[in-house]
Design a protein around this ligand. Structure first.
Ligand code: FAD
Length: 470
């Protein structure tokens, strides 16, 4: 399920393992968050870099909550994943000498981000993967088809129920993307509402880390405009873009991890009683970031003349469907890959450009595991439950009540929201009585070291339990 980077790649790899694959996507292929990815993929490719250093940076950004084994796997397998994409025909940007161009982003201690087409990386990758999927005879593509339930009896997943009918499968892989568009102010496409997590949970799978939503520091701040929330990639700051306060002064390290930069911006907005800070792009070459400059111009801004208004917006839900390093969920027959999955690799705060890498590193592993999943003849009855999307009121409530600043009093009313994921976010956000990573709780302003490494896991009974993952 899902036609973004994770879904396309898993389908391809599983078909190459000999599996017959149905690739099902609510939207046409490549109309996904993956398509919009601007930055790139993180991999330790520079001579002075190493997977150990990449892993250290990821652990540091994850604020004491990363699963070390997942981080080591990501960092170790990332360089081969980039090489494999090149061999499949993805054309990453190169230096004049033919070596891969490597960019710097916040929280990375080395240049390790590969791009394609400048800030059009997602477009380039999903475009190429779509071509490869179309040419693979073992894959049947069903576009504009939505999953509305999992075909599950609570102990085994036998496939998926779509709005076009049920589809049985030995293995069902969810690659349905994230949930950051549940927060009204978001950089994500509107379909990123955590449908995969809602469906998986209704079918009996465990979810975790839902209290951690990353707020990207630099999204255009243009209330009322369709461009409000447009992402201005981290790579701009990597190339020298500066953050300025109301009096035009720099106020923070632009290349700190995202949670730190977003926090500094929110503090400055409060201190200045302003609606936004500004990002100064005047020293940057428009040709290097054509889509960013084009989006600013379309929004009526001239980034060459004056700094543009920015403020944090919901960008990435670290939590999702609990899975192991081969994508296996707690519900037999179900796998999760990409942003809908929660392997613990991102901890409380994802390091920039680790998520596309995650799609390929863990996508390859999940494809192999899913393609060799055993078949079962035991019948599973079709469930009656059907998915209902969130309303605009829910998105507004989640943004106001479970945003980067929260406390028990703002979170509690969300426990009665009609959208299940809003209720689950509130449940675990209330249970985690501390401030960590992307959010600050006014009633628990400090990080609690007793909660280091502790994941809030929600099982089918909707009660949160605490787990430590090795
Ligand atoms: C603007 C922007 C810029 C980003 N830049 C970067 C970057 O530079 N580097 C990086 O690493 N990460 C970046 N990210 C994050 C990254 O793009 C995502 O985490 C990643 O692409 C997720 O891929 P995915 O395949 O898991 O999900 P998606 O790409 O979101 O795809 C989800 C798919 O599932 C389908 N789907 C959803 N629900 C259903 C349903 N019920 N039934 C059927 N189909 C369904 C959707 O239609 C879609 O095809 C960015 C995100 C955004 C929004």
């Amino acid at each position: 399920m899902g036609g973004g980077a994770a879904g396309l790649y898993v389908a391809l790899r599983a078909a190459e393992q000999g599996a017959a694959v149905a690739l099902i996507s609510r939207k046409p292929l490549a109309e996904s968050a993956s398509y919009w990815a601007q930055g790139g993929l993180a991999a330790a490719l520079a001579p002075d870099d190493s997977p150990a250093r990449h892993a250290d940076d990821t652990l540091n950004a994850g604020r004491g909550l990363c699963r070390a084994e997942a981080v080591e796997t990501l960092a170790r397998e990332a360089p081969a994943a980039v090489e494999e994409l090149r061999e499949r025909g993805v054309r990453f940007d190169t230096e004049p000498d033919g070596s891969l161009g490597l960019a710097l982003e916040g929280g990375h201690s080395a240049r390790r981000i590969v791009h394609a087409g400048g800030a059009r990386t997602g477009r380039a990758i999903t475009g190429r993967l779509t071509e490869l999927v179309a040419a693979q005879s073992r894959i049947t593509v069903l576009e504009e088809t939505s999953a509305v339930a999992l075909w599950s009896d609570g102990s085994r997943c036998a496939g998926v129920v779509t709005d076009a009918g049920p589809i049985g499968a030995r293995a069902t892989v969810f690659a349905t993307g994230g949930g950051a568009a549940l927060w009204r102010r978001t950089t994500n496409p509107w379909g990123a509402i955590g449908a995969g997590a809602v469906l998986a949970h209704a079918a009996g799978a465990d979810l975790a880390d839902l209290e951690f939503c990353q707020f990207h520091p630099t999204a255009l701040a243009l209330p009322g405009s369709e461009y409000d929330g447009t992402l201005l990639t981290e790579a701009l700051r990597g190339e020298g873009a500066e953050l300025l306060d109301a009096s035009g002064r720099r106020f923070t390290d632009e290349l700190a991890p995202r949670d730190q930069v977003a926090e500094a911006i929110l503090d400055r907005i409060e201190a200045d009683r302003a609606a936004h800070v500004r990002l100064d792009l005047r020293s940057l070459a428009a040709e290097r970031f054509p889509n960013v400059f084009a989006a600013c111009r379309a929004a009526g801004l001239d980034p060459h003349r004056e700094p543009v208004p920015v403020a944090p917006a919901a960008h990435y839900l670290m939590g999702g469907i609990v899975c192991d390093l081969d994508g296996r969920a707690s519900l037999s027959g179900l796998f999760a890959v990409g942003e809908c999955a929660c392997s613990g690799v991102h901890g409380a705060n994802r390091l920039a450009s680790n998520s596309l890498t995650e799609c390929f590193v863990f996508g390859a592993r999940a494809a192999i595991a899913a393609a060799s999943a055993p078949s079962s003849d035991a019948p599973v009855r079709l469930p009656k439950w059907r998915f209902d999307p969130p309303t605009a009121a829910t998105r507004e409530a989640v943004w106001r009540r479970a945003g980067p600043r929260r406390e028990a009093a703002t979170l509690e009313p969300l426990l009665d929201d009609p959208y299940p994921l809003a209720r689950l976010v509130a449940r675990v956000a209330l249970d985690r009585r501390e401030s960590r990573g992307p959010h600050r709780r006014a009633d628990h302003p400090r990080r609690d070291s007793a909660l280091d490494g502790v994941h809030m896991v929600i099982g089918p009974n909707a009660q949160a339990r605490r787990e430590r993952w090795s």
